[in-house]
Unconditional design. Sequence first.
Length: 584
Amino acid sequence: MTPENDAPDPEGRSSGDSFEARLGQDGAAEGQKPHQRILKSKGFVPVVVLIALIAFVLLSSRLAGRPPQIDSITPSRGKPGTVLLISGRYFEQERGSSEVRISGIAPTSSDYLDWSDRQISVRIPDGATSGIVNVITRSGRSSGLLWVNQDQIPVPASGPSRPGEPYITDIKPSAAQVGDTITITGMNFGLEKDNSEVYFTPAAGGDSVASAGFDSVSMLPANQDDFDYLSWSDREITLRVPDGATSGNVVVKSDKAPSNPVYFELLGGVGTKLYGAPRKYSVQYAMDVDVSAASGENTLYLWLPSIIQTPEQRRSHLVSEEPQPLAVRNGPRLYSLTNLQKGNQARAILSWIFDRYTVETQVSLAKPIPAYDDSTDLYHTFTQPDEMVPSNNPDLMKAAAAVIGAEKSPYLKARRIYDWLLGQVTYAETASNPLLVLRQKRADAFAFSSVFCALLRASGVPARMVSGYLVGETGQPTRRHFWDEFYLPTFGWVPVDPLLGDDPSLYPMSVAADFDSHSYYFGNLDNQHVTFSKGLTSVNQMSPMGKARQFTEFPYLVSIDEETVGGLTLGATTFEDLAVTGTY
């Protein structure tokens, strides 16, 4: 019997013929050259496979991760020993062998305070000069951003460049925390504040005083609604370091011109606050009022909200408004319409463009939070009851005391109240009376915000309601909304959205299945919250004979929404919802 492996093939060759013999036969038959015959050999295939595997392994190691990318550094100016916050992506979750280089100098291991895939906190090492900041991981080196050593900046010549322009000679202390009192000395500030402002460099916003000139919309003004300004004279300004500021230039802007920039260093408090992922919106909204009856001389006053400037809402620019306002501030805008007729529809309409940032906070529980200064206007205002926040209600006061127990930390008080409220109350679209929430266990956005704020105030924690809209892409429906902030010494305002923490399905955009809304919306806020007002804004009635009305369902917090004077009877007053006309 012929063995199976010796069976002849169709061409009469035995499978047992030697490789060399077959190679000679094939080569002779096909006229191949020696190197072509080698490529046909069975021995060459494993070599090619081996080389391919080696190349694949080497290539895979390069593609295993993406090179790090830096989006921003805060502050962009500073001194060795201060903490640098680096925001971006692809830093990897743990530092491992990765490192930061600051002007070529690598910090020591003890200089790293925090390392995550999107944020690094590192102390600037001694000896660091002005230079490029890079992040280096096993996947590569990031592009760099410039950090400037403040000690190496030349001191400009003293004195204003033009007569009458404001000029800063000194800031004392030159380094302080959020909420601390500082004094700016110089000249030509003006005898009264009026419309003048002190501007700080905003966190994660870069240095806004460049050779091209001063850009107020890119900087952060001290906030009069937070009671930042304490005194103002022609040669001295006393104020508190505003929430949202970081190390960088300070500028005094009068009605004549901006002053020279002077560097101020923000000292770290009980945590960090980061602003990121800016999104530009174009929006429009309006108010319509039907006139049911009118006689003789009459006047209708309307208060409408602005897209206010806040640390997380910047570069707001009014594109158009009609009619022209009677008074303007960073808050409600006052309009006056006179001698209306029966059947008229009074209308005020505004369009804005602005940038909205996300807010992410980290509060260190290892650091003791300083006690509140209960003599300040901020503490007094935001711990007292008002028309929107019934913090002196006995049921709410009793609930607050039971929830916080013996807890002393204001941050942990707020967390206990937040967790308890979300466990007790569910969303109901029409339940807007905050005094009934604890009894009915149901609340809409206004009631959720009001009760959370009231429980905090009853616990001695300064807090305020925030009003505005939840928005999505261009043309998508928007939703009127209310959320909150509470204040921590040396840190500033902490955002909280109780309703979205409880029910993220109300969010206008799709939410990932693994999104932990309960944790996220305590201390953080996305860039799809548009703010109209923070806390109740009290406005004065324009005429002692006027009839004022307030609409708590409107998406902004003001003591008067409309006032009629003379023979004027109004029908329906409608706030036309904010519409997103563009996203960029």
